[in-house]
Design a protein around this ligand. Structure first.
Ligand SMILES: [Zn+2]
Ligand SMILES: [Zn+2]
Length: 100
Protein backbone atom coordinates (compact mmCIF):
# COMPACT_ATOMS: atom_id res chain seq x y z
CA UNK A 1 0.00 0.00 0.00
CA UNK A 2 1.41 3.35 -1.01
CA UNK A 3 1.49 6.21 1.39
CA UNK A 4 -1.22 8.66 0.55
CA UNK A 5 -0.24 12.26 0.06
CA UNK A 6 -2.80 14.49 1.66
CA UNK A 7 -3.61 17.90 0.28
CA UNK A 8 -5.52 20.70 1.88
CA UNK A 9 -9.08 21.11 0.64
CA UNK A 10 -9.23 24.27 -1.45
CA UNK A 11 -12.49 25.20 0.23
CA UNK A 12 -12.03 24.41 3.92
CA UNK A 13 -8.37 23.38 4.22
CA UNK A 14 -9.11 19.92 5.62
CA UNK A 15 -6.44 17.40 4.65
CA UNK A 16 -7.73 15.01 2.04
CA UNK A 17 -6.49 12.80 -0.77
CA UNK A 18 -7.60 15.16 -3.52
CA UNK A 19 -7.73 18.91 -4.00
CA UNK A 20 -11.01 18.94 -2.11
CA UNK A 21 -12.22 17.08 0.93
CA UNK A 22 -15.16 14.69 0.47
CA UNK A 23 -17.55 17.35 1.73
CA UNK A 24 -16.46 19.83 -0.91
CA UNK A 25 -15.69 17.42 -3.71
CA UNK A 26 -17.03 18.63 -7.01
CA UNK A 27 -19.09 16.05 -8.83
CA UNK A 28 -17.29 15.00 -11.99
CA UNK A 29 -18.63 16.61 -15.14
CA UNK A 30 -20.95 13.97 -16.43
CA UNK A 31 -21.53 13.02 -20.04
CA UNK A 32 -25.06 14.15 -19.49
CA UNK A 33 -23.88 17.60 -18.46
CA UNK A 34 -21.66 17.86 -21.53
CA UNK A 35 -24.57 16.82 -23.70
CA UNK A 36 -26.87 19.40 -22.08
CA UNK A 37 -24.39 22.18 -22.79
CA UNK A 38 -24.07 21.07 -26.40
CA UNK A 39 -27.83 20.86 -26.69
CA UNK A 40 -28.25 24.40 -25.38
CA UNK A 41 -25.70 25.68 -27.89
CA UNK A 42 -27.45 23.97 -30.78
CA UNK A 43 -30.83 25.36 -29.76
CA UNK A 44 -29.35 28.84 -29.36
CA UNK A 45 -27.66 28.68 -32.77
CA UNK A 46 -30.66 27.33 -34.67
CA UNK A 47 -33.35 29.43 -36.31
CA UNK A 48 -35.37 26.81 -38.11
CA UNK A 49 -36.75 23.44 -37.18
CA UNK A 50 -34.60 20.63 -38.58
CA UNK A 51 -37.66 18.48 -39.20
CA UNK A 52 -40.31 20.79 -40.75
CA UNK A 53 -38.05 23.67 -41.81
CA UNK A 54 -40.30 26.28 -40.21
CA UNK A 55 -38.84 29.04 -38.01
CA UNK A 56 -38.30 28.34 -34.34
CA UNK A 57 -40.33 31.03 -32.61
CA UNK A 58 -39.84 32.19 -29.07
CA UNK A 59 -43.12 30.72 -27.96
CA UNK A 60 -42.35 27.29 -29.41
CA UNK A 61 -41.15 24.43 -27.30
CA UNK A 62 -37.82 23.51 -28.82
CA UNK A 63 -36.02 20.24 -28.33
CA UNK A 64 -32.86 18.80 -29.77
CA UNK A 65 -33.52 16.00 -32.19
CA UNK A 66 -31.11 13.25 -33.13
CA UNK A 67 -30.98 13.11 -36.92
CA UNK A 68 -30.19 9.45 -36.57
CA UNK A 69 -31.88 8.33 -33.36
CA UNK A 70 -29.67 6.93 -30.66
CA UNK A 71 -31.71 3.74 -30.80
CA UNK A 72 -30.48 3.41 -34.39
CA UNK A 73 -26.84 3.99 -33.50
CA UNK A 74 -26.85 7.78 -33.69
CA UNK A 75 -24.34 9.64 -31.57
CA UNK A 76 -24.59 12.66 -29.30
CA UNK A 77 -22.19 14.57 -31.56
CA UNK A 78 -23.18 18.01 -32.79
CA UNK A 79 -23.24 16.64 -36.34
CA UNK A 80 -26.08 14.30 -35.39
CA UNK A 81 -28.11 16.89 -33.52
CA UNK A 82 -30.54 19.51 -34.76
CA UNK A 83 -33.01 21.81 -33.08
CA UNK A 84 -36.65 20.99 -33.74
CA UNK A 85 -40.11 21.84 -32.55
CA UNK A 86 -41.16 19.59 -29.73
CA UNK A 87 -44.28 18.67 -31.68
CA UNK A 88 -42.24 17.75 -34.78
CA UNK A 89 -39.87 15.67 -32.71
CA UNK A 90 -42.77 13.86 -31.09
CA UNK A 91 -44.34 13.17 -34.46
CA UNK A 92 -41.04 11.89 -35.82
CA UNK A 93 -40.31 9.59 -32.91
CA UNK A 94 -43.83 8.21 -33.21
CA UNK A 95 -42.98 6.99 -36.69
CA UNK A 96 -39.81 5.23 -35.70
CA UNK A 97 -39.62 1.91 -33.96
CA UNK A 98 -38.67 2.69 -30.39
CA UNK A 99 -38.08 -0.86 -29.27
CA UNK A 100 -36.01 -3.74 -30.50
ZN1 LIG B 1 -13.49 21.01 2.26
ZN1 LIG C 1 -40.92 21.81 -36.80
Amino acid sequence: MMAQILKACVVCGTASEGPRCPRHAKPPVSRHRVYCNLRDRIVAASTVCGICGQPLDNGDQIVVDHRLPRAHGGSDDAANLQAAHKRCNAAKSGRLPSRY
